[in-house]
Design a protein around this ligand. Structure first.
Ligand code: ZN
Ligand code: FE
Length: 252
């Protein structure tokens, strides 16, 4: 059986640690030290990377030198031994993986999908967050909107492993964008309790995101109305509504 646990790093990053018997992999190790500490004396088999930002890749060099491990990720990132891209499929830890290109936050951003024991697990880096999405550093709103659509076409019970603990701040914005959505209020209460106990609010699920994430809800009348109040065209298409929401969130 595969176990998936978060390793907290920096102020709000999660490095996802996957273990199957004696095999260990990590996703987006921005820092090597917390990974080495969690592994104790165990060997690291490999690293998976979603995109090039330092808070996701900063630990690669040290970990690779220490464990001589494989590195799967976008080919442009230094240290990658197995370049992967959209449509690729491979097997790790006896499980099937597949790769989706999800440009927007960065142009090289990949989403990694793991099928294990009948469950779907999504490692989405900084593309989809609990109740939010990544900032558009390199891509266009249209690219990000399309990337998020690819992720939301996964089964509703897909577990979503984001790379940051941004949930409460994102929910505050979600609540401003769609105050009438009761599922958001319920989620805020749950997330507050979870954080008070110092536990991660992740993984989320695609189903919960579809219900509470404003960036996936551009069809909601209330969100459209509030986006128009923040500058979107009354007749704006979903991409324009999304772009306005993203801009509004940047200064929220
Ligand atoms: Zn990033
Ligand atoms: Fe990040």
């Amino acid at each position: 059986m595969i176990t998936i646990r978060p390793i907290p790093a920096f102020s709000d990053n999660y490095i996802w640690h996957l273990q199957q018997d004696r095999e260990h992999w990590v996703v987006d190790p921005g820092d090597a030290d917390p990974v080495i500490e969690v592994l104790g004396g165990a060997h690291l088999s490999g690293i998976l990377l979603t995109h090039h930002h330092f808070d996701h890749t900063g630990g690669v060099k040290t970990l690779k030198e220490k464990y001589d491990c494989e590195v799967f990720g976008p080919g442009s990132i230094e240290g990658v031994t197995h370049p992967i891209q959209d449509g690729d499929q491979f097997s790790l830890m006896g499980c099937d993986w597949r790769v989706l290109s999800v440009p927007g936050h960065t142009l090289d951003h990949l989403a990694l999908i793991l099928e294990a024991e009948g469950d779907t697990h999504l490692f989405c880096g900084d593309t989809l967050f609990a109740a939010g999405c990544g900032r558009l550093f390199e891509g266009t709103p249209e690219q990000m909107y399309h990337s998020l659509s690819r992720l939301t076409s996964l089964p509703r019970d897909t577990k979503v492993y984001c790379a940051h603990e941004y949930t409460l701040a994102n929910l505050a914005f979600a609540s401003a964008a769609e105050p009438g959505n009761q599922a958001i209020g319920k989620r805020i209460a749950e997330a507050q309790e979870t954080r008070q106990q110092d536990r991660p609010t992740l993984p989320s699920t695609i189903g919960l995101e579809l219900e509470t994430n404003p960036f996936l809800r551009t069809q909601s009348e209330e969100i459209r109305t509030n986006a128009v109040a923040h500058g979107a065209d009354v007749k704006g298409n979903p991409v324009e509504i999304f772009a306005t929401l993203r801009q509004w969130k940047d200064t929220f």
